[in-house]
Design a protein around this ligand. Structure first.
Ligand code: SP5
Ligand code: ZN
Length: 341
């Protein structure tokens, strides 16, 4: 299988993250992609390609224009106020407050985010552009006839909605790839999200659409981030009713139950009969992940790849989360080798 990778991910390196009420070194760090790439090389997975530049048009098919303008200008606006460290929001328009875009950069950061988990740095915009181009290039490989391709995206994307960032995510790479495949003539796309966290951004983007099915296996929102989306009764709305499928699972879930949910999700995908599948691949379901509570083991990832390959559909696999950096290469690439075998 071919891998698409760009060194530009390095341009985004947040220094700190707010965890457990304290600022700690960010979990979502450049080393994650380096280790996955090293493992791709080590197992001889296949050719490693640089992304092509698709421009902003495919981003604007998914994201709000004002949000893209904000992402592009946020660092300069923040820096103009004399601050040289990562930009973070502090206030959100929750119940009873008014969601009107402020002029001030601190207000804009709040307006265009849902948590303090997506710090903006000097290189964030070029890095997230490169990550989306990685996803789009992987999608193009599959559109042009590859059975499967791996987009080694970093920063990840599935928490980003049409007009807000959060959870280490800025541009929704999976949604951008799915929409691009639709725009290239695919009739139906399934987005299968197996990151530990619910793909709230992707769900919200496609919630009222029948042409993109969204399925997510994740920590139960009663217990787990992002808390405010991901319940099983979220089945889609309007024309999208029946095309959103959530599998919330409780803390401590191991592969027996998780693998059953994956099989069920694959049945749903098969019934939908999409032209292609976009996989949001997170390996933060791993037992040693520092911020997660599932119990998957390294060999389980081989079986995940094999199960998804069993669909027999063209598949674009895009990297999302996974923070046990020592094993992130083994786990992510196990999915890919399991798929290829
Ligand atoms: C792409 C992705 O995986 N984003 C995840 C963002 C998670 N951000 C919030 C994590 C909250 C972690 N709380 C765990 C406390 C451990 N002591
Ligand atoms: Zn995650």
């Amino acid at each position: 299988m071919k891998t698409v990778y760009s060194d530009d991910h390095r341009l985004h390196a947040a220094k700190k993250e707010l965890v457990d009420g304290t600022l700690m070194p960010a979990h979502e760090r450049p080393q994650r992609a380096d280790i996955i790439l090293a493992r791709v090389r080590e197992v001889g997975l296949g050719e490693i390609l640089a992304p092509e530049d698709f421009g902003v048009a495919p981003l604007a098919r998914v994201h709000d224009g004002r949000y893209l303008a904000f992402l592009e200008s946020a660092w300069d606006m923040w820096k103009e106020t004399g601050r040289e460290w990562d930009a973070l929001p502090l206030v959100w328009p929750v119940r009873g407050l008014r969601a009107i875009e402020p002029e001030d950069i601190d207000g804009k950061l709040s307006y265009f985010s849902f948590d303090a988990g997506a710090p903006i740095t000097a290189g964030t915009w070029p890095a997230v552009r490169a990550s989306a181009n990685v996803a789009l290039t992987a999608a193009r490989l599959v559109k042009d006839g590859e059975r499967v391709a791996f987009g080694l995206c970093r920063p990840p994307g599935h928490h980003a909605a049409a007009d807000y960032c959060g959870g280490y995510c800025f541009l929704n790479n999976a949604a951008i790839a799915a929409q691009w495949l639709r725009d290239q003539g695919a009739q139906r796309i399934s987005v299968l999200d197996i990151d530990y966290h619910h793909g709230n951004g992707t769900q919200s983007i496609f919630y009222e659409r029948a042409d993109v099915q969204f399925l997510s296996l994740h920590g139960d929102p009663r217990q787990e981030y992002p808390y405010f989306l991901g319940y099983a009764d979220e089945i889609g709305a309007g024309r999208g009713e029946g095309y959103n499928v959530n599998y919330p699972m409780e803390w401590g879930t191991a592969y027996d139950a998780w693998g059953q949910a994956l099989k069920d999700a694959c049945h749903e995908v098969a019934s939908y009969a999409p032209d292609a599948v976009v996989v949001s691949l997170g390996v933060d379901t791993f037992e040693k992940d520092p911020i997660s509570q599932f119990k998957l083991k390294s060999p389980d990832y081989l079986d995940i790849g094999k199960t998804m390959a069993g669909l027999g559909l063209p598949t674009v696999i895009l990297m999302e989360g996974g923070y046990a950096v020592d094993e992130i290469g083994i786990n992510a690439v196990n999915v890919l080798t399991g798929f290829d075998d």
